[in-house]
Design a protein around this ligand. Structure first.
Ligand code: ADP
Ligand code: MG
Length: 385
């Protein structure tokens, strides 16, 4: 199998008729625990995975930007002068949104040369593994290097988030881009979404004989519309009722009062966020004190909270989680924004293939489309190749 980097280099060269300045790559991510806590200024614990967007970038003599992808049969061309978010739509809003967002963070877009970009990705789209952040982070790092902008990685994460929020129109938090830019091999990124401070936490899956299995249900989600925005609104309403800027300022001690002053639905939304923040803190502590074999109950509790309180699971995700739990998983939960996408199961290496067979069988029995399951490893974040 030819290396994706060779493919990207060759495709760039034949498409644009010149060689790139270099290759950059950035990974997708999986969230181990801490769901819908990022935009509430809470805690998350994602890790970068061994599936990546690889891109080639070459500077031009003029002020044009051209982007293309193995994914789409077109070259999208746009002028750097007068670049504005409402010109951008479709898949190219991700890479081109990053160009615009760099300008918003102070990059002098009037002083930089145009670029050609070609990208290819092994991150499945819409599976909750953030193929979007992989693109944003790869483009942000590549332009930061090529244009010598000097932004640090936490700032590049904010650039990617701004592109996704204001150009793509998806009201997502800072987690995905942070994991993609800050991730380290065999470790997770413990991120405080209020201070934006991060710590690298060793996972130790391999030493414990464990694997993390992703079960992509194939049910696609849509962050930009629907349930995601409604959940954010409930969280804001809950914080406003307490007169605090975000749910981060509340703890499990505030739950009795929350039940008194909030309607039942808002209360359950708030309870999910508050207890999920606590579960992230507990997971970090347990990983340090006892290792990964001891975090299963926290993963299971996280899933129940998303299913019953936050109501962002779907039958396919519940089935994946229940089947994993019944087939030897140490813990399992849906991961990502919800309403589809993937579940994760932490499981002994020897039990992985048995679980995959069980999941395929359970989905067939329920008349659901066949899921795709695969093991991921915690990997390094964005790099210049
Ligand atoms: P995810 O959970 O995978 O991040 P999103 O809906 O946030 O799902 O982002 C998926 C979108 O990102 C796709 O619809 C497409 O517009 C863009 N995208 C993902 N991968 C690629 C790719 N290889 N090339 C071009 N665009 C891509
Ligand atoms: Mg996304």
């Amino acid at each position: 199998m030819s290396d994706i980097r060779d493919e990207v280099f060759a495709a760039f060269t034949s498409l644009y008729g010149h060689e790139p300045n270099g290759l950059w790559s950035a990974p997708g991510r999986v969230n181990l625990i801490g769901e819908h806590t990022d935009y509430n200024e809470g805690f998350v614990l994602p890790f970068a995975i061994n599936l990546r967007t690889v891109l080639a970038l070459g500077t031009r003599d003029d002020r044009m930007i051209r982007v293309s992808s193995a994914f789409a049969d077109e070259v999208v061309e746009i002028a750097l002068d007068g670049l504005s978010p409402n010109q951008l739509s479709g898949w190219s809003a991700y890479p081109l949104g990053v160009v615009w967002a760099l300008g918003q963070f102070g990059a002098d877009l009037a002083a930089v040369p145009g670029v050609d970009i070609y990208l290819e990705s092994t991150v499945p789209v819409g599976a909750g593994l953030s193929s979007s952040a992989a693109i944003e982070s790869a483009v942000a790092l590549a332009l930061n290097d090529a244009w010598q902008l000097g932004f640090d990685r936490p700032t590049l994460a904010k650039v990617g988030q701004l592109a996704e929020n204001k150009v793509v129109g998806a009201p997502t938090g800072i987690m995905d881009q942070s994991a993609s830019l800050l991730g380290k091999r065999d470790a997770a990124v413990f991120l405080d979404c209020q201070s934006l401070e991060s710590q690298i936490i060793d996972l130790g899956f391999a030493e414990a004989g464990l694997e993390l299995l992703i079960i992509d249900t194939g049910v696609s989600h849509d962050h930009a519309t629907g349930g995601y925005a409604a959940r954010r609104a409930s969280c804001e309403a809950g914080a406003a009722a307490f007169g605090v800027p975000s749910l981060r300022h509340l703890s499990v001690d505030d739950l009795p009062r929350a039940r008194e002053i909030l309607d039942d639905e808002t209360f359950r939304r708030v309870r999910h966020v508050i207890t999920e923040n606590q579960r992230v803190l507990d997971t970090v502590r347990v990983l340090r004190e006892s290792g990964p074999s001891a975090i299963g109950d926290l993963l299971d509790a996280s899933h129940r909270s998303m299913r019953d309180d936050f109501e962002i699971s779907v039958p396919e995700l519940d089935l994946a989680v229940e089947t994993a739990q019944a087939n030897g998983a140490i813990g399992a939960r849906m991961t990502g924004g919800g309403f589809g996408g993937a579940a994760i199961a932490l499981i002994r290496s020897d039990d992985v293939s048995r679980l995959q067979v069980a999941i395929d069988g359970a989905f067939a029995e329920h008349g659901f489309g066949q899921p795709v399951s695969f093991v991921v490893n915690a990997s390094d974040g964005a790099i210049r190749e």
